[in-house]
Ligand binder design. Structure first.
Ligand SMILES: NC(=O)c1ccc[n+]([C@@H]2O[C@H](COP(=O)([O-])OP(=O)(O)OC[C@H]3O[C@@H](n4cnc5c(N)ncnc54)[C@H](OP(=O)(O)O)[C@@H]3O)[C@@H](O)[C@H]2O)c1
Length: 268
């Protein structure tokens, strides 16, 4: 894993229209990078571009669904035309969740979550590997979650997707080291964003947690320092440590806690 200067890097950020992704784009453009922002809501991306028009770097956006292979192909074409087929930084940040007991959920919810959080992220990497191989100090940053290390009730589908992304990132890091491509896994804990209002089931308001700009700043620092993994927040680190050192105790505690909770009141 290499240290790198995050300026003038050809960078893709998915999930750029709100929350952590929007902050990542802002900070990266202000640091002088060339950023291609991806999300479905074009009006949001347009606004972000106009907010950043005087920044040192550049922001271009392509609006589309990351799970759509045609859209991914159009992004590859764009990279070929505009960046001579080279990419330095890929940040897989787009994500969705769902809140509620597994027994009340559906196959379609699980499939949508896995499509966005896992299959699309993996497919973006697969499609962009040739461009990354031609990049300068190339790096893939996958935005996971503390819930990709420690499982929580009422978030079984989301946990499954983030555990999958975690395992995939760890294996890929070893494989890609031969090509000089780094893989960073950034695992935020509860973050103030639109995430809880846009979950597929069990939408709610969430006013607790880290700010999205702090999460973005920590992710950028991790990429620049060549970290393999960062778990954000003190509480997140304690939870992951407890899961590793005292799994039975934590599981018993979570079981008691879950039985006392109203279903929609739990943190991510
Ligand atoms: N908020 C938290 O507490 C928390 C905690 C741990 C980890 N995370 C992770 O952090 C990442 C960012 O989440 P956030 O908190 O910033 O949530 P957010 O504000 O809801 O942002 C999610 C972003 O993903 C994009 N997106 C979702 N589905 C997409 C699709 N099919 N195609 C293209 N873009 C799509 C959304 O854009 P459009 O709707 O415009 O497409 C939006 O820009 C996610 O991976 C999430 O799992 C969040």
């Amino acid at each position: 894993m290499a240290k790198r200067t995050l300026t003038d890097k050809r960078t893709i950020v998915t999930g750029a229209s709100s929350g952590i992704g929007k902050e990542l784009v802002s900070q990266l453009v202000q640091r002088g990078n060339q950023v291609l922002a991806i999300a479905r809501r074009q009006d949001r991306l347009e606004q972000l571009q106009s907010d950043l028009e005087n920044a040192t770097g550049t922001l271009t956006y392509l609006a589309g669904d990351i799970t759509d292979s045609e859209f991914r192909r159009s992004v590859l074409d764009w990279i070929r035309k505009n960046w001579a087929g080279c990419l330095d930084v890929l940040i897989n940040n787009a994500g969705v969740g769902s809140i509620g007991p597994f027994a009340d959920s559906s196959e379609s919810t699980l499939r949508q979550i896995m499509e966005v959080n896992f299959f699309a992220a993996v497919q973006w990497i697969r499609d962009l590997l040739p461009a990354l191989k031609k990049g300068r100090s190339p790096v893939v940053c996958n935005v996971g979650s503390v819930l990709g290390h420690t499982a929580m009730p009422s978030k079984s589908e989301y946990c499954a997707s983030k555990f999958a992304l975690h395992g995939f990132s760890d294996a890929l890091r070893i494989e890609l080291s031969a090509d000089g491509i780094d893989v960073v896994l950034v695992s935020p804990s509860t973050t103030k964003s639109e995430f809880f209002a846009s979950v597929l089931d069990g939408a709610c308001q969430q006013n607790k947690g880290m700010s999205a700009d702090r999460v973005a700043a920590s992710a950028i620092k991790a990429i620049a320092k060549g970290k393999r993994e960062v778990i954000l927040s003190y509480g997140g680190n304690c939870l992951v440590l407890a899961d590793r050192l005292l799994p039975t105790t934590l599981s018993k505690w979570l079981t008691r806690w879950y039985r006392r909770q109203p279903q929609t009141d739990m943190d991510a």
